[in-house]
Design a protein around this ligand. Structure first.
Ligand SMILES: [Zn+2]
Length: 196
């Protein structure tokens, strides 16, 4: 019989992270588009971001029928957090700027590219990238590159860049606990052997 799960954070009940998830305001709105293959990944970090930010939503799928509606949300300027030839680095936004609707694809690079391919509106958005992102705290899954961040870390860094007067660090608390818990579960010995 599978262990009972918390309906909110989807962790097993005895490892529920909800007490660590903040409820933060942001001027920037975050729209996370999650490829279905990420849902059952042990570290569903996109979900932690969506739960911890009041002005965020997570949508799951491959082809998003309502995308045009989501992207034209009044009062926001949509852009896609994804590399590309025309991508510009995120910088601090000023109060005069229209707030961003930061669209974040969640999934491996291959899945994210697939989402762009299947949703031409997404591919057509202006692109932004992170500059000077810190190294990932994510020590478990071998990242595809030195600056590959989990979706949650990328969102935290992006928001911190856009809104430097606020702190979004608390969003990482459940993430750190999750990683520490996984390391404890696999045993320090195994961890050192595989990740040193
Ligand atoms: Zn929970």
């Amino acid at each position: 019989m599978p262990r009972a799960r918390c309906e909110r954070c989807l962790r097993p009940n005895d490892h529920c992270l909800c007490a660590l998830i903040p409820s933060l305001d942001s001027r920037t709105r975050v729209l996370i588009l999650q490829h279905p293959s990420e849902v059952n990944h042990a570290l569903n970090t996109a979900r932690l971001a969506a739960l911890g930010l009041k002005n965020a939503e997570l949508q799951r799928g491959e082809v998003f029928e309502d995308l045009a509606q989501w992207l034209s949300r009044p009062g926001y300027r949509a852009c896609l957090l994804f590399p590309g030839e025309e991508a510009v680095a995120l910088i601090a936004s000023s109060a005069d700027d229209m707030p961003l609707l930061l669209v974040v694809p969640d999934g491996t690079w291959r899945k994210a590219r697939k989402l762009l391919h299947l949703n031409p509106l997404l591919a057509a958005l202006p692109r932004v990238v992170l500059r000077n992102a810190p190294p990932s705290r994510y020590r478990l899954r071998k990242a595809p590159g030195p600056d590959a961040l989990s979706t949650l870390e990328a969102i935290v860094h992006g928001l911190q860049t856009l809104e430097p007067a606020k702190s979004f660090e608390d969003l990482l608390r459940p993430f750190d606990a999750l990683i520490d818990g996984q390391i404890a579960a696999m045993g320090e010995e195994t961890f050192r052997r595989n990740h040193s």
